[in-house]
Ligand binder design. Structure first.
Ligand SMILES: NC(=O)c1ccc[n+]([C@@H]2O[C@H](COP(=O)([O-])OP(=O)(O)OC[C@H]3O[C@@H](n4cnc5c(N)ncnc54)[C@H](OP(=O)(O)O)[C@@H]3O)[C@@H](O)[C@H]2O)c1
Length: 252
């Protein structure tokens, strides 16, 4: 397929690489800042433009990977007749594209993507949706060429999964950041925790998370909890989260 990518950030870059690797032709990268568009276009071997430039109208698919907020202004800029146009957001309805084209949909990567990470460990799960059966079929065939894990999800299902994704990825990563900062200040090595982090995640391949609870809150080990809270008195933000998580574990 011939593809135009709008956006030059993390998702545009990671999906752009996969699209090219799968043998599709990326014709153009369009982004707000020409410099950013040029960097990705150079990597993908195509032309580029900023938002005020001329959009290549000869593509089969337009992949819009801009911020959720920028997405709401797309219909002021793009009018693409019946071209297939998809966005990549978890919590934005496909209907945001209804004034851009007659054929629209979503190609949402259910994965945390950063352009600096060159090698992904596994296929990116893709959730797809479209406004017509024909557009969905075309999108499914395209998505199957870049991932071995493609599922259809409505706006509502995608939104629900996005909430769960924030819990399991963004929130846990925030806890890692707090723990790393705490270890640093207390002069202990955060890296010693890495096998524990990996083991906790890998267990979920074979067990339900609720069955895998361990730790002082799950054991209702009050003396240990008090010792931990005492140590955290000088870290109010972590102290607060520790209390809330402990309460949630003890009173699910
Ligand atoms: N990263 C992830 O892990 C991930 C995963 C799944 C879905 N998504 C979704 O994918 C979309 C893109 O996310 P991202 O992580 O790639 O974001 P990003 O790395 O921050 O890149 C955002 C892109 O949006 C453009 N942009 C920002 N403000 C704009 C504006 N006012 N008008 C026009 N363009 C604007 C930026 O243009 P410039 O480069 O010119 O600044 C940039 O190309 C979002 O909807 C996000 O929810 C992200």
């Amino acid at each position: 397929m011939k593809v135009v990518i709008v956006g030059a950030g993390n998702v545009a870059t990671v999906l752009g690489r996969l699209i090219k690797k799968a043998g599709h032709e990326v014709l153009q990268v369009v982004s707000r800042k020409a410099d950013n568009a040029a960097v990705l276009a150079n990597e993908l071997g195509c032309s580029f433009a900023d938002n005020s430039g001329v959009l290549d109208k000869s593509a089969d698919l337009y992949l819009i990977a801009v911020t959720d907020t920028a997405m709401s202004q797309l219909d002021e800029t793009y009018h693409l007749g019946n071209k297939l146009v998809v966005h990549t957001a978890g919590s934005v309805s496909k209907e945001v594209l209804k004034n851009v084209t007659y054929n629209y949909g979503v190609l949402y990567p259910l994965q945390s993507l950063r352009k600096q990470n060159m090698e992904l460990q596994q296929d990116i799960p893709l959730l797809i949706d479209a406004n017509t059966a024909e557009a969905l079929k075309t999108l499914q065939e395209f998505a199957d060429t870049i991932s071995g894990s493609v599922n259809i999800a409505t706006d509502e299902q995608r939104l629900k999964l996005h909430v769960a994704a924030v819990l399991v990825s963004n929130f846990t990563n925030h806890l890692y950041a707090l723990a790393a900062d705490y270890c640093n200040k207390e002069g202990v090595d955060f890296k010693l925790l890495l096998p524990l982090i990996e083991e906790t995640a890998l267990r979920l391949r074979h067990h339900l998370p609720g069955e895998m609870r361990t730790g002082p809150a799950a054991r209702k080990d009050i003396q240990t909890l008090q010792k931990h809270l005492g140590l955290l008195a000088q870290y109010p933000a972590i102290h607060n989260i520790y209390l809330k998580m402990t309460d949630s574990i003890m009173n699910p």
